[in-house]
Design a protein around this ligand. Structure first.
Ligand SMILES: Cc1cc2nc3c(=O)[nH]c(=O)nc-3n(C[C@H](O)[C@H](O)[C@H](O)COP(=O)(O)O)c2cc1C
Length: 185
């Protein structure tokens, strides 16, 4: 079974998440192609049974390229098994604060809004963690990203060499495994 993972990233976290999802799917017997949509344009998706589209978030926005992909292939994607995910470093702080309102807001704004805009019915969606990487961000992103740090620290996220990584690898792997089972069902 052929699967395509198309992702967009600004700071790099979504690349790692995409590779981890691919690893799980490959172990489940899928033939997986992972594409960084900023580096490569997809021209044809007819050979794929499963398509996963992921993006990092910044100021409430997806990266441009995966959104363009959704737009371009909307009618084909509507007939395929599709899954969507985003990387959101602050999601863990909403969990920590038990802030159901913010969680619901993010779910609707980051995911449901896209399905409505492009007429899609994904079989799975997820908001995973991301990272605030003080080592690799430009000065403006660093300045803005700094505001996230007190809440990340309050939620127990550790700074490792200037990186606050909020990705829960077990949750990512479990989602990918469940997705494989759904596709086969
Ligand atoms: C300037 C800035 C703005 C951000 N804005 C958001 C946001 O609006 N919503 C969100 O969930 N995460 C936000 N984040 C955290 C990102 O989601 C996190 O850095 C994630 O790793 C981004 O994915 P990427 O690393 O693949 O680009 C922001 C981070 C920075 C540095």
């Amino acid at each position: 079974m052929k699967a395509l993972i198309v992702f967009g990233t600004r700071f790099g976290a979504t690349a790692g998440t995409s590779e981890e999802i691919a690893k799980v799917l490959r172990a489940e017997g899928f033939d997986v192609r992972v594409v960084n949509a900023k580096k490569e344009k997809i021209k044809d998706i007819s050979e794929y049974e499963l398509v996963i589209v992921g993006s990092g978030m910044k100021i409430g926005r997806w990266t441009k390229e995966p959104e363009k992909f959704l737009d371009k292939f909307a009618s084909e994607l509507a007939k395929k098994k599709l899954a969507l995910f985003v990387s959101s470093a602050p999601q863990i702080t909403y969990e920590h604060q038990n802030d159901e309102e913010k969680k619901e807001w993010a779910w609707n704004k980051y995911l449901v809004e896209k399905t409505e805009k492009y007429g899609l019915t994904p079989i799975a969606m997820a908001i995973f963690g991301g990272w605030v990487n003080m080592e690799t961000m430009g000065w403006l992103d660093k300045k803005m990203g700094r505001f996230l740090i007190p809440e990340l620290e309050a939620a127990g996220v550790k700074n490792e060499n200037g990186v606050y990584d909020t990705r829960d690898w077990d949750a990512i792997r479990a989602w990918a495994k469940e997705l494989a089972q759904k596709v086969r069902a």
